[in-house]
Design a protein around this ligand. Structure first.
Ligand code: G1P
Ligand code: ZN
Length: 541
């Protein structure tokens, strides 16, 4: 039986580029999830459609899945393909949407934000191409949430999501599938599993930290079972509703245990971590950290060593604040390179149009045209493939890379929870003096160009303005200033600094000291302390 429930709009259901993210108790509030899901179904039109459904396993994931299924049935969907246990990593969901030629998918996740009864939850919709819904769709969903008066739900028992196979729910087919199998097959088609297997058989040791989040089952199946890595290679391998209290964000701060191990005595050859929903990655060699911007450049330069990319790349894309290290590789390979605004959605058109094969962001996101999301395990496997073919250490590969292409020292400084008016005033003042900056000399760093980054999508011609202030200096150094679009408390100022060197004697410095002159210039240019009262960042990556 289908029930129509009277409801009224709930304020603040505006999805961002990664869907609607709120505190879990908010999501669990009366009509909250239902209103959003009905608005979504009203916009994408559910009748006769097939969707994929899964999430990162955080608290409320299982119950939300049952609600979404009952609502999909009540709204006339023909079929929903669900990951067993309502689990799917974001890249695996993207793959399944494409593989099964569905009409899109619903992913339950708040990415790298902590999970639990008092932490974060989220729901997002992905399109039939496997990528996040564009702004036109998220805006339409939001508009619908402001006028909703009722939602439809089937009165039925829970679907047994532990049991693989087909079930029926109020006339709708529910196919419970292994969340890992198809994704693992895709990875096998891209990478040289026999070379990687031989490397592990030869004694290569790895530590994969899944941070009690979704990549655990994927990493155990692929690394330990299919590639023969030693049992126990994957730690924190069981997804837990609260991620075991961990903050599942793979960076040197939150994946500190992994960093300690890779820099400690008896360190393994290679370390990696992934985030809550499996789209981010961090890689570490024995005694050496690989910054995401450098990782992107190394992956692009060596991708042809993996079977899935042996024909070469069509192009390389990076977000504007990401270092230009990948551009050096593109130039050397004679490839187009693209500089897009922050956010994975800007890569979608380039991937769909076959203009770029590999993309990356400084915020621990790397991926390719195999899906339409960034993909943590994909990046880790491409690294393993490269290590297996080159038979060199991570440190050797990086050193050789810097010698060949030069080194882009790079760091991001985050100033968090700044009062919004002060952050806005600082950015406004900075924007107001861009034309006056050209030619200014900051202790030997001379400004060659300053602008507010704007992007014209080369595929559909759409224009995105005010994407962050870029100050370029003679010689390839750079400072970028932008305010976070995902922060939750006040404003977060992100300062991205970069310095390019080619001299063989300049390649081995500690990044923060190599960048000190650029950091000083950036502070002087923007007057960070004056506007925000902050001299030092809260987080440095
Ligand atoms: C941050 C990252 C950005 C990433 C986004 C979603 O956004 O900087 O690269 O695409 O999270 O994962 P920001 O808070 O900077 O707007
Ligand atoms: Zn994520």
């Amino acid at each position: 039986m289908i029930t129509t429930v009277a409801t009224s709009p709930i304020a603040g259901q505006k999805p961002g580029t990664s869907g609607l993210r709120k505190k879990t108790p908010v999501f669990m509030g009366r009509h909250y999830l239902e209103n959003f899901v009905q608005s979504l179904f009203d916009v994408v039109d559910c009748k006769g459609k097939t969707f994929v459904l899964g999430g990162d396993g955080r608290y409320f994931n299982d119950r939300a899945a049952q609600v979404i299924l009952r609502m999909a049935a009540a709204n006339g969907a023909a079929r929903v393909i669900v990951g067993q246990g309502a689990l799917l990593s974001t890249p695996a969901a993207s793959h399944l949407i494409r593989l099964m030629k569905t009409d899109g998918g619903i992913i339950m996740s708040a990415s790298h934000n902590p999970g639990g009864p008092n932490e974060d939850f989220g729901v997002k919709f992905n399109m039939p191409n496997g990528g996040p819904a564009p702004e036109s769709v998220t805006e339409a969903i939001y508009a619908r949430t402001t006028s909703i008066t009722e939602y439809r739900v089937a009165e039925a028992q829970d679907v047994d999501l532990a049991r693989l196979g087909r079930q029926e729910l109020a006339g709708m087919q529910v196919d419970v599938v292994d969340p890992v199998a198809d994704y693992a097959t895709l990875m096998e088609s891209l990478f040289d599993f026999s070379a990687i297997r031989a490397m592990f058989a030869g004694g290569f040791r790895m530590r994969m930290d899944s941070m009690c989040a979704i990549t655990g089952p994927y990493a155990v199946e692929i690394l330990e079972k299919r590639l023969g890595a030693a049992p126990g290679t994957v730690v924190n391998a069981v997804p837990l509703p609260d991620f075991g209290g961990l903050h599942p964000d793979p960076n040197p701060t939150w994946a500190k245990a992994l960093m300690d191990e890779l820099f400690g005595p008896d360190a393994p050859d290679f370390g990696a971590a992934s985030d809550g929903d499996g789209d981010r990655n961090m890689v570490v060699g024995r005694g050496i950290y690989v910054s995401p911007s450098d990782s992107l450049a190394v992956l692009a330069a060596n991708a042809h060593l993996a079977p899935g990319y042996k024909a070469g790349l069509k192009g390389i894309a990076r977000s504007m604040p990401t270092s230009a290290a990948a551009d050096r590789v593109a130039e050397a390979l004679g490839l187009h390179h693209y500089e897009t605004p922050t956010g994975w959605k800007f890569f979608g058109n380039l991937l769909d149009a076959g203009r770029a094969t590999i993309c990356g962001e400084e915020s621990f996101g790397t991926g390719s045209d195999h899906v339409r999301e960034k993909d943590g395990l994909w990046a880790i496997l491409l690294w393993l493939n490269i290590l297996a073919v080159r038979k060199e250490s991570v440190a050797q590969i990086l050193r050789e890379h810097f010698h060949r292409y030069g080194r882009n020292y790079y760091s991001r400084h985050d100033f968090e929870a700044i009062p919004t008016d002060r952050a806005d005033a600082m950015m406004a003042a900075l924007r107001g003096k861009l034309s006056a900056l050209k030619g200014m000399d900051y202790d030997g760093l001379v400004v060659s160009h300053a602008d507010d980054f704007a992007y014209t999508d080369p595929v559909d011609g759409s224009v995105s303005t005010k994407q962050g202030v870029r100050v370029l200096f003679d010689g390839g150094s750079r400072a970028v200033f932008r305010l976070s679009g995902t922060g939750t408390e006040g404003a977060t100022l992100r300062l991205y600094v970069e310095r390019f060197v080619t001299g063989p004697d300049e390649l081995e410095e500690e990044p923060q000291s190599a960048l000190a002159p650029v950091i000083a210039a950036a502070h002087a240019i923007a007057g960070i302390a004056g506007f925000t009262g902050r001299n030092a960042p809260d987080v440095v990556t």
